[in-house]
Design a protein around this ligand. Structure first.
Ligand code: OOG
Ligand code: MG
Length: 259
């Protein structure tokens, strides 16, 4: 492996384990490309798998105008989520385990077959065995949760940290294209939008992930959970609270956050 890829993956892994902010990679290495960034991300996941974690989910990010404006970046990206990153129903998220986390409202899918490149909407929808509301908790290893390029965020596994997925609804029972979504903190609305803000239709995230994964030599197998990307800007988590998410036609979920 290119020694640069391994050394950047190690740098990000250490920052994550030590909960320490680091400078963006492009401060040292402005020529970092997107393919190199995905290779750094893949090496970071390989390090986690070597420690006994296993890949359970994939996510698309920067799929909504709200998120792109918040982060000042303009193309969708993917990230890889392990079982250790999942917060189960009833479990508590501790802020002490994060650097500076944020939460965002998403629609998640469970796949009954692998994603492929070049899928139509119909083919992508046929890959869906279940649909759920999901909360993604992001954390960036970069100073101030700021980065200035797509390669920086991709190398940092697209700011992945934790995720919670609600109970599944059958695809025959819901049309995911335009559902009202509302995220609350201690009962007060902090973000609201519609699922159509996720690339026009959250199923488009499956099409994009099939294409991107193929482009970077990855496969997204049957059984995987896919987070389709936030419908709104993310909200900083700074104190103990309860985060709720309601999505029309899906089962709501709650996440308890501890200081
Ligand atoms: C990148 C991750 C974006 C989403 O849903 O848009 C993401 C970031 O915002 O740092 O997960
Ligand atoms: Mg997200």
């Amino acid at each position: 492996m290119n020694p640069l890829i391994a050394s950047f993956a190690d740098r990000l892994q250490r920052a994550r384990l030590e909960r320490r902010e680091i400078a963006r990679l492009t401060a040292d290495y402005p020529q970092l490309t997107l393919p190199e960034a995905y290779a750094i991300q893949a090496q970071g996941i390989a390090l986690r798998v070597a420690e006994g974690e296993h890949v359970m989910a994939w996510k698309m990010g920067l799929t909504s105008a709200g998120k792109r404006a918040q982060m000042n970046l303009d193309a969708p990206v993917y990230g890889v989520l392990t079982a250790a990153m999942r917060v189960d129903e009833g479990a508590v998220l501790s802020l002490a385990t994060a650097i500076h986390c944020k939460v965002e409202p998403e629609v998640a899918f469970v796949l009954n077959q692998p994603l492929r490149a070049g899928m139509s909407r119909e083919q992508a929808w046929a890959c869906v065995a279940g649909v759920a509301a999901a909360l993604e908790v992001l954390d960036s290893r970069y100073v101030g949760f700021k980065y200035f390029s797509l390669p920086d965020v991709v190398a940092d596994n697209s700011s992945s940290f934790r995720y919670a997925v609600g109970p599944l609804v059958l695809p025959s029972e819901v049309d995911v294209r335009d559902l009202a979504m509302r995220m609350t903190v201690d009962g007060a609305t902090v973000a609201q939008g519609r699922s159509s803000e996720i690339s026009g239709d959250p199923v488009v995230s499956l099409i994009q992930l099939g294409d991107l994964a193929a482009l970077y030599g990855q496969t997204v197998p049957a059984g995987t959970i896919v987070l389709s990307g936030a419908a709104t800007a993310a909200v900083a988590l700074v104190q103990a609270c309860r985060v709720g998410l309601e999505i029309e036609g899906l089962v709501g979920l709650e996440l308890t956050v501890q200081a």
